[in-house]
Structure formats: C-alpha cells, structure tokens
Design a protein around this ligand. Sequence first.
Ligand code: TXA
Ligand code: MG
Length: 352
Amino acid sequence: MEQRTAYWRVDPIKPDPRIMARAGLILRQGGLVAFPTETVYGLGANALDGLAVARIFEVKGRPQDNPLIVHVADRETACRLVRRVPAGAGKLMDAFWPGPLTLVLPAAPVVPRQVTAGLDSVGIRMPDHQVALALIAAAGVPVAAPSANLSGRPSPTTAGHVLQDLNGRIEVVLDAGPAGVGLESTVLDLTGDVPVILRPGGITREELEKVIGEVRVDPGVDGRSGGEFRPRSPGMKYRHYAPRVPLVLVEGEPERVAARLKELAGIYRSRGLRVGVLATAETAGEYNGSRVVVAGPRQDPAAIASRLFAALRQLDELGVDVILAEGIEPRGLGLAVMNRLRRAAGNRIERM
Ligand code: TXA
Ligand code: MG
C-alpha cells in the first residue's frame, strides 16, 4: 500500500477527463479511490476483483458479513450483475436512477462473494453525480463502494472527512466539494413479494409508494422489534454513525424536547461535564452554557440531512464529554435522519 493518499481536486460538473482516466486506471488495477456521490463520499474498488474488494474491508475495519453496494454508470451493467430483474425494478430505475436508491436484487454468479458477503443478493445503484459516473465509466468496471469512513464513524460528506479517517490507507481521494443529500441512499429489497426498505435514505417511502404501491419498512430499521429479530440487512446490526463521545437523543414534541434537553444539560454540567447540543434552528437559542451546533430548521429535514454527519464530526471536535441531540419528526427524509440519530445514540434514547 502507498504511504500517502493522493488528493485530487475535480470540478463537480465537468471533471477533467485526464484525472478521471488516471483514477479509473487505479481502480481497474485493484487500487482504492474515494469519490464524491450525491449522498456521501464512497470508497471505491473494482467490484469484479475480490482481492481489491477485500481491501475495502481491511482499511475501514468493516465487519466481514456486511455486503457492499455496487455502483454502475449504465443500466446494462446493472442487468449483467443480476440473475433476474424483479417486477417493479424497471419502473424504479426509470423514476429514481441516477439517484439515492439502492436496489437489492438476486445476484448473478459474476459478483464476487466479497461484495455480497455470501448473500445471494446484490445491492446496486447509479449515483447522481458527474464525478462518480465519470469515474465508473473511466474504470470500465462496476465499482463496489461503502461510505468512505472508518467503520462506525459518521459517513463523510466532504473529502476532508475522508482524509480524517483514511489518510495513508487508500490511493486517492477525489475532492469535488460537499455531498448534497448528506445521508446515504435508501436500500430497497426487491427479492421478496413486497418491496422492503432495509435502510431509509435519500428517497423517501412516500416517493417509492407513488411509483410501485405498497412498500414496507423492515422491522430491523431502528430495532423496532427487538428480541430475537434478525435484520435482513447485515449493516443494521452495528452501532453506527457515531461520534466518539456518548450521544443522548431526546424525541417528542419540540417544546418538551427542549425543556428536557435543558434539564439534562444542567444535570451533566453540575457533574463537571462539558455538554454539546445538536439543535434545530428553532430552539438553538435555548441552551445557554452548552456548545450548540445547529443541524438546520425543523421544517426542512433535507437541510438537516445534508448537515447531520458534518455536525456530528464538529461536535466531536469541540471536545465535549456528552452530546445531547434533539429528535425531529420521523416522516419523509426525517425518517432517515432519525434512523441515523437513533443508531448514533445506541440505547440512550428518551421519548417525551
Ligand atoms: O449512499 C450510499 O448508499 C453510499 C454511497 C457511497 O453510495 N454507500 C453506502 O454504503 O452507504 P455502505 O456500505 O455504508 O452501506 C450499505 C448498506 C449496508 O447497510 C448494507 O448492509 C446494505 O447496504 N446492503 C448492501 N448489499 C446488501 C444486500 N445484498 N442485502 C441487504 N443489504 C445490503
Ligand atoms: Mg456506511
């Protein structure tokens, strides 16, 4: 492995074809390239090269049983990676590709087991970002890519976040500025009778249902069922998206949430702890004495989504001992925001 990670700045709309050709060649030859997508930064490897894919797991410290999403630049490639295209898949591709929707489909034998983690399905998406699409085209192969963070940390929405976690461990990072959506793609399982959301993300359940009718949300999302339940998406087992310090999430009616957060902040401060608050714009002024990071306005979950991971990293850097976070309404994009916050909180969740 190289000692240094090359840092190449590229135009987000019209990336320099010579830079993309070099990055594509590195991928084709088995190297790792971090690149921007519309959701978060990804850590790419040639999806048809099991050894290259294995290195992704190594540098991220990723659990071996957590499969990767394969990124494609055209539908034909997607079709070559699957055994069959289930009903509804074509309509969803028409409606949402390129875009933040990953379809879990029956995997063809060409997909290495390092990608699927031994499952007989494969997650595929076409990212809505000119740099990602140009990179995949230049590589001439489908690109397996998880988020480009150390396993367990908040996903990176800038090239700077990627370097914080992976500098020296990967060949190249392409910097095209901050990712737009800020949260990962929606993962939708199409291998059963009814489509099931395995991970809420950039495309909402409401948007999906307009195109294909009934969509279920897997009970493993946010551990709704608990007990014996085994999630269908292995990634949902792990504590995730987490800042280094403990995060306490308070959910419920906004005024009561703010009141409880103030009370908690007082309790922690009286014990000599430094308190950070992840607040919505409406109530950010209430937390005197705490370090406050504003996620965005409550009425605009898309704005909160785009800032969430950067805000979590920022709170870490403030050197606080505990983070108190306001919950928002889990509807539309708010469901994906709350999924990430709940997973960052682990079991430290209060409902008002
Ligand atoms: O927006 C995104 O999806 C980003 C960008 C880089 O494209 N990628 C991303 O990858 O978030 P990652 O590896 O951080 O998350 C992939 C999720 C995991 O929860 C994994 O378990 C699930 O997708 N997944 C992948 N393949 C699957 C499969 N065949 N069956 C069930 N779940 C799958
Ligand atoms: Mg991830």
